[in-house]
Design a protein. Structure first.
Length: 339
């Protein structure tokens, strides 16, 4: 298929781009590079040994989005584009609702106008809210406790409504847990702009010397070592989940399919720190800090549906995740080059 990948130069989008090319698909990237760098495209072309067509556009611009669909032909869309920092969303709710909902509505309008009926959507485990029991299952009700999470809940509902109105639509909602790791080459990985919002890039930056220490937010959670536990998932396994979901959309009669992408195994903050120290051979200095508002003790997936329906299983270990992250960070201590 010929696939449009929105946000294709971002962390998850770039890894998925490579796997889609390896699976025989032709890809076109649309990205405004607000949270990524154009140099990512160069590395993707090197790794895939292929020219990758890309358009620097903002999907909230409906006219520009429609022009893209008018000049290109697509069989499907994989939609990653969006703002994704929880703390930033609390400080900037208008920007988050405007960007995340606006880009999706613009994209859906262009898809409808140009007859594109397959969409894989980048959702999140944040849609389970802060009171869901574990392991989290796709049948649970959705909720959120921050604007970013609500944009995912709202986008999922929009997509269900669109599918209900158009019986030809086939949509996959992929609820990620905690993507980490990097491509085994060390050439692409997570390169957050500014202060990272997630644990793994903070760990990597401490190990490589960009930061002095790591703050451990909360040591009194009802977990074995007192720190919060999360379902960490290698980004390469996550990318493979997108390829599997896209293949499934060509077979399913269901207008909307929802799949958790996670390992089903929680890892605590302290366990991840120890694993990263071992993988990197570096001491990770930590400083205890109070819990952050909204953080929960446990979040991990029940991935059984993805295994049964997609044949997808997360294969890589926590050691793999840490080793691949360290390879990326040590080879690129300052992230991607600006040009």
């Amino acid at each position: 298929m010929r696939i449009l990948i929105t946000g294709g130069s971002g962390y998850i989008g770039s890894h998925t781009t490579l796997q889609l090319i390896a699976a025989g698909h032709e890809v076109v990237i649309a990205d405004n590079f607000s949270r990524s760098k154009p140099s990512v495209i160069d590395r993707l072309e090197t790794l895939s040994d292929a020219a990758i067509k890309h358009h620097a556009i903002d999907l909230t611009d409906r006219e520009a989005t429609d022009r893209l669909f008018a000049q290109e032909t697509f069989d499907a869309v994989v939609h990653f584009a969006g703002l994704k920092a929880v703390g930033e969303s609390v400080a900037m709710p208008v920007e988050y609702y405007s960007n995340n909902l606006g880009s999706t509505l613009s994209l859906l309008t262009a898809m409808r106008a140009h007859g594109v009926r397959k969409l894989v959507f980048s959702s999140s485990a944040t849609v389970y809210g802060e009171h869901a029991p574990v392991p989290m299952r796709e049948s649970f009700p959705t909720s959120a406790n921050n604007p970013y999470g609500w944009t995912k809940v709202m986008q999922e509902q929009i997509l269900r409504d669109v599918a209900a109105a158009d019986p030809e639509m086939r949509i996959a909602l992929l609820r990620y847990f905690n993507p980490v790791g990097a491509h085994q080459s060390g050439m692409i990985g997570e390169d957050p702009q500014g202060v990272p919002n997630n644990l793994m890039p903070l760990l990597a930056q401490v190990a490589v010397g960009r930061r002095d220490h790591l703050r451990l937010y909360g040591q009194d959670y009802p977990t074995p070592d007192g720190t919060a536990r999360r379902d960490y998932l290698h980004v390469e396994d996550l990318a493979a989940g997108h390829v599997a979901a896209l293949d499934k959309l060509g077979e399913t009669a269901e207008p909307v399919s929802t799949w958790n992408l996670g390992t089903g195994t929680p890892t605590s903050v302290r366990e991840l720190v120890a694993a990263f120290a071992e993988a990197s051979g570096r001491e990770i200095r930590t400083v205890d800090a109070p819990r952050r508002p909204g953080d929960i003790a446990d979040s991990y997936a029940d991935p059984a549906r993805a295994e049964t329906e997609l044949g997808w299983v997360a294969a890589r270990t926590i050691h793999d995740m840490c080793a691949d992250t360290w390879r990326w960070q040590s080879q690129n201590p300052d992230g991607f080059p600006d040009a």
